[in-house]
Design a protein around this ligand. Structure first.
Ligand code: AMP
Length: 222
């Protein structure tokens, strides 16, 4: 199964993508994670990408097209994938449709997670990442023990530069102006599954899976 997870920053796409990837046994493709890994390489392109990311701006379509084409053509994506963080512009959505056509993928599911802006700001400013395993946690859940619940690393948490409040507000503005219009591109082109992101993580997952089951004639097993 191929799933595109769509929604504003902080809506829970990353969390849900990881869970769906495990449950459905398909790779989680996060363009944000791929960029964060490549920025350590210190190539001229990765330096530009890092600057953009730290300011909450989008990395250029040109860089993103290459990255997504390479990633989705990999062998491990043949059995399906959960795509998280792409497309973020109409040009990216058009390019993605071309790639789907090349790869002969006809039934890609578009799942849109929604939440209001203040809740998103609250969630993102409370977010901490582990330097060791990269997993994301709520600050309130880790401030006492200081031990990473995923990998056991001690005192390994940090706040991403792009999770500071002014950058978050900017990222939300970029989402509104540049990414949200992608939904009008998809209207009447692709069937859309809307999911309320304000429910608990477990409920959101269950709702996504039950909607996916409906649209696949109950063929998926999770
Ligand atoms: P994320 O982890 O998905 O929130 O992405 C973090 C940052 O990576 C974004 O704020 C952008 O700077 C960059 N990024 C990730 N995906 C894309 C994309 N599809 N197009 C442009 N920039 C992206």
């Amino acid at each position: 199964m191929q799933i595109v997870l769509f929604g504003s920053p902080g809506v829970g796409k990353g969390t849900q993508a990881k869970i769906l990837s495990t449950k459905l046994d398909i790779p989680h493709i996060s363009t944000g994670d791929i960029l964060r890994q490549t920025v350590n390489n210190k190539t001229p392109l990765s330096i530009i990408a890092k600057e953009k990311m730290n300011k909450g701006e989008l990395v250029s379509d040109e860089i993103m097209f290459k990255l997504i084409q390479e990633t989705l053509s990999r062998k491990e994506c043949k059995k399906g994938f959960v795509l998280d963080g792409f497309p973020r512009t109409i040009a990216q959505a058009i390019e993605l449709d071309k790639i789907f056509e090349q790869l002969k993928l006809k039934d890609v599911k578009l799942v849109i997670i929604t939440a209001n802006e203040e809740e998103i700001v609250r969630r993102l400013t409370n977010r901490r990442a582990c330097t060791n395993c990269g997993n994301i946690f709520n600050y309130n859940d880790i401030k006492e023990s200081k031990i990473c619940p995923s990998c056991g690393a001690m005192d390994s948490f940090y706040q991403r530069d792009d999770d500071k409040e002014d950058v978050i507000r900017h990222r939300l503005k970029v989402y509104k102006n540049t990414t949200e219009p992608v939904l009008s591109y998809y209207q009447n082109k692709r069937s859309e599954i809307y999911i309320d992101g304000l429910e608990s993580v477990e409920e959101v997952t269950n709702n996504i899976l039950s909607e996916l089951k409906k649209t696949s004639g109950n063929k998926i097993i999770a």
